[in-house]
Design a protein around this ligand. Sequence first.
Ligand code: HEM
Length: 394
Amino acid sequence: MVASLDLTDARTFMEHDPLEFFAEVRASEPVYWHASSDGRPGFWVVTGYTDVVSCYGASDALASGRGTVLDVLLRGDDSAGGRMLAVTDRPRHRELRALMWRALSPKVLGTVALKIEERTAALVEAALGPEPFDFATRVAEHVPMNTICDLLSIPDADRPDLLRWSKGALTGADELDSLESRNELLLYFMDLAQRRRADPGDDVISTIATGLIQGEPLSLEEVALNCYSLIIGGDESSRVSAVSTVKALAEHPGQWRALRAGDVDPDTAVEEALRWATPSFHFARTATRDHVIGGRRIRAGDIVTLWNISANNDERAFAEPRTLDLSRSPNKHVALGHGPHYCLGAFLGRAELRALLSVLARTVRHVEITGPATRIESNFLNGYRSLPVRFLPG
Ligand code: HEM
């Protein structure tokens, strides 16, 4: 069984249930070596909660600089390594993170959270009624992108392009499409970085463009890469979390009733929504030295993949993990990562889900799925590109 699923294939989880597969892996061989074909390297697969958490914490032995997504690592090194926050290691990572944190801390973002709720309410209210609609394209995709664009002070007219490129970059039709989308995003941000450096405002781009690391300003390309990382990091993951959350609520009427009745704490509900959605199947690292994980010897240079989807459904860490329980507490899931690279946008991601839950509970009486949801074809992004639903008001 363990060897039978190809984790490098974007279609694998369209055809196989990841939760069933990883439950078997955890029971039989929780850390295993996955061979690859076509001359590409093999890699380690880490599935148990405790091992995944300790790997995230062991950034000295497991580095991010070569890349953190399996596909990228199998093709070679990440071209943004050492320049973009998520793929930079200590000591530079620490300084770059502190700089970006200045623009993304909860203190700075307080007012942004209010706008999230307004935007979500307007989108949900416009979709209310007996007519089915696609929740993914009609509601979910407009909140995260606009929120990040607000932070970056992106003009309204440019936003549809950014959304298209962002979608293309991660889940484009093919490799060329993804590459073109990434280039468009980078060029766009380099231009903006140059203008904000000359005439700074109080937005995130200006903060990064005028900040210093080890006494030096970042290059325009580094500023652009880190703006791009906010879009990529914050758009897709939040969007798929929202879609998975609505799907989960429609499929669990008891939990939906509890939410509407105000019987669940909104904060615990958000954490369970995140655990349930687990928008990134995995993140990856490269071993910098020989290292033991779950009793297996990892060699320096080996690729190590950490399967969040498995850790978040590990029955040794979560009682009845396949039961949606919006009151689950404690709920120390790894949907937002763990350790030094813990999600920089966690506050925003949570605020978006919290707004969605509160708007739904307030304005919608009945949520119904009206057709099949379409899975995203990916071994990285876990979720649905479309979700036909009907929201009845009440
Ligand atoms: C890092 C998930 C929202 C920006 C991460 C990591 C995860 C994650 C798992 C760790 C990656 C690793 O260890 O290699 C999510 C989820 C979100 C979300 C599930 C929504 C529900 C956001 C938002 C932003 C953002 C809204 C930006 C506005 C980032 C950045 C990093 C990161 C910049 C890199 C941090 C570092 O390397 O120090 N995210 N994220 N994320 N996320 Fe998020």
